[in-house]
Design a protein around this ligand. Structure first.
Ligand code: MG
Ligand code: ZN
Length: 223
């Protein structure tokens, strides 16, 4: 009982700060994407490919959340994008306070898109609003097709589902139609893109989704 109360209190404080962040991002006209996935689904690789593809078209930066190391931020910087790292230590998710604290290191007003690569984990990142416009859930066929049933909260939070490593599908027992059916049972309105960051199959649709959302954000700024 007490534990539930504390948890609720933490989450409502987080939601208040996230709402403030969302207003700030809206004023600055930056599209913010909260990238959720299990470890090893290919978030950093997707961001590298995205940074390279959209360079010159959109001004992009990334916040990289990881338990330890600066490795993902280094990879994103090597792709030519400004990146800052948040090391959460033992913390298994990012929260709005961590985002608020690191924002002064980024010139947010100068950006079109800010990616937040959350800690690889399908459980609590789904509970913490970071002030994002959209939550993007990245899954890969190597993780098995039972995730929608096991982690419904992550699927419910998601605004877009990106299924990665399509090139490996023939070597797995991942059943895309069964997966699609399970996703539809959890959240019928959730759109899904199928991609391979290795062969770059399907990535064009992802880039176009980002460009569409960026344009919409610029045209319909919130207060
Ligand atoms: Mg990563
Ligand atoms: Zn956590």
């Amino acid at each position: 009982m007490t534990e539930i109360k504390i948890q609720k209190n933490v989450l409502s404080k987080n939601d208040e700060l996230a709402a403030e962040l969302r207003r700030d991002f809206a004023r600055k006209g930056v599209l913010v994407l909260n990238m959720l996935s299990s470890p090893g689904s290919g978030k950093t690789t997707l961001l590298e490919k995205t940074a390279r593809a959209l360079a010159g078209k959109l001004r992009i930066a990334a916040i990289e959340g990881d338990l330890q190391t600066e490795r993902d931020a280094d990879r994103i910087r090597a792709a030519g994008v400004r990146a800052v790292q948040i090391n959460t230590g033992r913390g298994c998710h990012l929260d709005a306070n961590m985002i608020a604290n690191i924002l002064p290191k980024l010139e947010v007003a100068e950006l079109d898109v800010l990616f937040i690569e959350n800690v690889g984990n399908l459980v609590c990142p789904a509970a913490f609003d970071l002030g994002e416009d959209f939550a993007v859930l990245l899954m890969s066929v190597t993780e098995g097709d039972d995730k929608p049933a096991k982690y419904p909260t992550a699927f419910l939070k998601a605004d877009l589902l990106v299924l990665n490593k399509l090139d490996l599908q023939p070597y797995t027992n991942f059943d895309i139609e069964r997966f699609r059916g399970d996703v539809a049972r959890v959240k019928p309105s959730l759109p899904m893109l199928q991609v391979s960051c290795t062969t770059e199959q399907g990535l064009e649709s992802w880039f176009q989704w980002i460009e569409r959302k960026t344009k919409a954000k610029r045209e319909r700024p919130r207060r």
